[in-house]
Design a protein around this ligand. Structure first.
Ligand SMILES: Cc1cc2nc3c(=O)[nH]c(=O)nc-3n(C[C@H](O)[C@H](O)[C@H](O)COP(=O)(O)OP(=O)(O)OC[C@H]3O[C@@H](n4cnc5c(N)ncnc54)[C@H](O)[C@@H]3O)c2cc1C
Length: 413
């Protein structure tokens, strides 16, 4: 018998596992439920330098991830540029990443249960929680919901995530190896297609706004691209590759403005709370960081501070990303799309390439991006860039104007 009710965490993905480890390491009694425990969750698995810096045990995970230093960007019209990443992106299989995090939680003292939670309700006294699984019933003093984007409990605490705040994804885990990460932007899709090489296979996928494109259309687009590009180049076929599909939060600005993440004796972290970058789809860092902030607030005896901590550190970046996402994917600049211009500048300017590399590393935030763009402007011009630059976050004003960019880019080196 426990003297006090434990903290219950529903979901053992990155958010739940890290929150559990942090709480148990400080002596809290934690039970964590995941229906599968470690599994190959549909994901690219890319962890930025920012995430590795904050969680060095992931950087030290050696053979578990593929550190990728080369990235090819492909514009909607097919222009290509290769970018050397000054800080590699570590690409994990999600089975390996989840296993590593859950094992760390277990070693810290978290009680892991491979069970699906089917019901969460207040107990009769209204103070505690009752969690029901097909196997047992449990009682808890606090519930942390870390059950990902696709979970039925959100609506019990808050409204469900609206379809307008979601992306649909489709992808394949393909046997084969590569050292090149590829990102293809596509006309008419608010999202992108990616090839993320892992240690012993590749996660290739595509994401688009829910309602704008169906999963089937995305799947066909991806298959077509893979057949014509990656598979052809590597002499491989899709037979033997495993298909996946999942949803990804991509909150609109107005949704971020009214975002709720906690209440009396409960909180949501990671994808359950919608904490994903609406431009890049990066969610792993935000799952880990929200878990840490939530656990820290609980440990300090001020669980309600989680909301303010998130507001202060995490939400400003995500809100700004939500505001510029539409212009990033759909905006036009002097007769060409923002995406074409971005690939063009990456090809032409070393200073712009450094900026892109820092964006990929997660060490260049959106909030000071405009300031940096103005700072590097003379260098970009000196590097022989001919063009008119107006980026989506520059409120439609032209940052500088010379000749329009019209020539074809040099071939990728
Ligand atoms: C196709 C795709 C590609 C992506 N690529 C990247 C990328 O490259 N880089 C990046 O940073 N982010 C990426 N993301 C986002 C990233 O996958 C998520 O942000 C991240 O997994 C969120 O972690 P989480 O712990 O909040 O949720 P999840 O990882 O979804 O974990 C939730 C867990 O809860 C469990 N669960 C759910 N319901 C219950 C229940 N009732 N009872 C018990 N257990 C339950 C599930 O089994 C699961 O293990 C991608 C997402 C998708 C869909």
């Amino acid at each position: 018998m426990r003297a006090q009710r434990p903290i219950a965490i529903v979901g053992g993905g990155p958010a739940g596992a890290l929150a559990g480890a942090r709480l148990a390491a400080e002596g809290r009694d934690v039970v964590l439920f995941d229906e599968t425990l470690a599994w190959e969750k549909p994901c690219g698995g890319g962890l930025t330098h920012k995430a590795l810096q904050r969680y060095p045990f992931l950087a030290d995970a050696g053979g578990e991830s593929n550190p990728v230093k080369q990235c090819e960007l492909i514009s909607p019209s097919g222009r290509r540029v290769r970018l050397h990443l000054r800080h590699p992106v570590a690409i994990f299989s999600r089975l390996a990443l989840n296993r590593l995090l859950l094992e760390r939680a277990r070693r810290s003292g978290v009680e892991l249960h491979q069970e699906r939670v089917t019901r969460i309700a207040r107990t009769g006294n209204g103070k505690d929680w009752q969690l029901v699984t097909p196997q047992h019933e449990y009682q808890a003093s606090y519930v942390m919901l870390a059950a990902g984007a696709r979970n039925s409990f959100r609506s019990q605490f808050l409204s469900p995530i609206s379809p307008h705040d979601l992306m649909v994804t489709a992808g394949y885990f393909i046997p084969g190896r590569s050292s090149l990460m590829q990102i293809q932007f596509l006309k008419g899709i608010t999202g992108y297609l990616w090839v993320f090489p892992r240690v012993d296979h590749v996660s290739a996928g595509i994401a688009g706004k829910m309602g704008e494109t169906s999963t089937l259309e995305l799947r066909r687009t991806l298959e077509h691209w893979l057949e014509a590009e990656w598979l052809k180049e590597h002499g491989l076929r899709l037979n033997g590759a495993r298909f996946y599909s999942h949803i990804l939060p991509s909150l609109r600005p107005q949704t971020f403005e009214t975002l709720e993440v906690c209440g009396k004796d409960w909180a949501m972290i990671g994808d359950s709370a919608g904490l994903v970058d609406p431009i890049t789809g990066e969610g792993l860092y935000y799952a880990l960081r929200s878990a840490e902030l939530c656990a820290g607030a609980l440990l300090a005896g001020r669980p309600e501070d989680y909301r303010a901590l998130l507001q202060e550190e995490v939400l400003p970046e995500l809100k700004l990303a939500a505001r510029v996402s539409e212009r990033f994917y759909r905006g036009q600049v002097f007769g060409d799309s923002v995406l074409e211009q971005m690939v063009s500048l990456t090809a032409r300017s070393a200073s712009f390439r450094d900026l892109m590399s820092d964006l990929f590393a997660g060490i260049q935030g959106y909030r000071d991006l405009r300031a940096r763009l103005y700072r590097i402007l003379p260098a970009v011009m000196a590097e022989g860039l001919a063009g008119t630059l107006s980026l989506p976050w520059s409120s439609g004003r032209s940052a500088f104007a010379t000749d329009p960019v019209s020539e074809h880019l040099p071939p990728a080196s």
